[in-house]
Ligand binder design. Structure first.
Ligand SMILES: Nc1nc2c(ncn2[C@@H]2O[C@H](COP(=O)(O)OP(=O)(O)O)[C@@H](O)[C@H]2O)c(=O)[nH]1
Ligand SMILES: [Mg+2]
Length: 325
């Protein structure tokens, strides 16, 4: 996935004003046209920067020179670059210019040059003496870096092997790699359930925030979620301490992540017999008082259905994502 790209942008130069005279030696040189602006516009239908080329120069059209008969040159066309959501725009030195997070949001980054004045504007009709006009204003140019932060409604997190990818698979049509070893998911993946975007992130381990495991680059994708689905496998001996140490990790990653509404999923319920499961549920009730959780197996259709209903209920009220149909 391409989630960082550097490009050069350049607005259009203003067209020059010209010097011209009509048959009776009256000044009639027109003004130059305005150069085109450079805009960035958020588009929910894009998911990465594959259509934007690294180091490419994006240039808006120049304004045209003025013309005889007092005619103004035509304006250069603006250039609108469509970008996915949420995109942070940075200067080369890393300072932030703007973040575009909504479909249709349009920001002007560079202004095209103003057109120069022709001798008609400068001297007025009837004047036929000194030759004079002004040149169009120069274009602006700069390099910018664009960084994509994926926008998800619900983000699935938990230790590797907790069953996150399997659950997202069963909730959506996505076909993720599911494998019984750690780190099968190497980059953030998005899947759509109804109108809601679910995000699968690579397995977190303690120390992830310090770059252990898969590094920290992907953690920025947690910044725009509305709901945290915390998956804990029932295979763990001590569920409470497993849960708590992951919460500690969330806290170190970001306050935002830590403060998100959380739904806990205790996964792989099928490893227990019905009787054993009743015992497990009893102890969960004590240990996870005041927490919201579901106990489920991805192999039981009714569990998956219950989870889907629960997610839709929650996301329906807090989600603001738009998917164009
Ligand atoms: N018994 C059982 N195994 C599961 C369940 N969900 C996932 N698994 C298995 O656990 C392993 C890890 O699952 P995966 O979805 O890749 O976990 P992730 O690392 O959290 O994405 C795979 O072998 C899955 O088949 C479940 O509900 N019950
Ligand atoms: Mg996975």
């Amino acid at each position: 996935m391409k989630d960082r790209v550097k490009i050069k942008i350049e607005s259009g130069k203003g067209g020059d004003g010209i010097i011209a005279f009509d048959q009776s030696r009256k000044a009639d040189g027109g003004n130059g046209g305005k150069g085109g602006d450079i805009y960035l516009q958020g588009d929910v239908n894009l998911f990465d920067f594959t259509k934007i080329y690294q180091n490419k120069e994006y240039k808006a059209e120049n304004g045209q020179m003025g013309m005889k008969n007092k005619r103004t040159g035509s304006s250069g066309e603006d250039l609108v670059i469509h970008i996915p959501l949420v995109t942070k725009i940075l200067n080369e030195d890393g300072s932030e210019i703007v973040t575009i997070s909504k479909h249709g949001d349009k920001v002007r980054l560079l202004k095209g040059g103003t057109g120069g004045l022709g001798n008609f504007t400068l001297r007025g009709e009837g004047w036929d003496g000194k030759l004079t006009r002004t040149k169009g204003e120069e274009e602006e140019s700069k390099s910018i870096v664009m960084e994509l932060n994926l926008k998800a409604d619900a983000i699935f997190l938990g230790y590797p092997n907790a069953g996150k990818s399997s659950i997202i698979n069963s909730l959506t049509n996505a076909k993720y790699r599911v494998a019984p070893y750690q780190f099968t998911t190497l980059e953030p993946q998005l899947a759509v359930m109804d109108r809601h975007i679910l995000m699968d992130l690579p397995g977190l381990i303690e120390g992830t925030h310090k770059g252990k495991g898969l590094g920290t680059e992907f953690l920025k994708h947690t910044n725009y979620a509305n709901l945290l689905v915390h998956c804990v496998s029932l295979e763990n001996e001590n569920l409470l301490s497993t849960y708590k140490s992951m919460r500690e990790e969330f806290k170190k990653i970001s306050e935002y992540l830590y403060s998100l509404p959380e739904l806990i999923l205790f996964t792989k319920a099928d490893i227990y017999s019905n009787e054993q499961l009743e015992e497990v549920k009893k102890s969960l009730k004590k240990q996870f008082k005041n927490k919201e959780y579901l106990v489920m197996s991805v192999f039981r259709a009714e569990d998956v259905k219950e989870l889907a209903t629960e997610l839709k209920k929650r996301l329906g009220s807090i989600s603001d994502s738009v998917i164009k149909s």
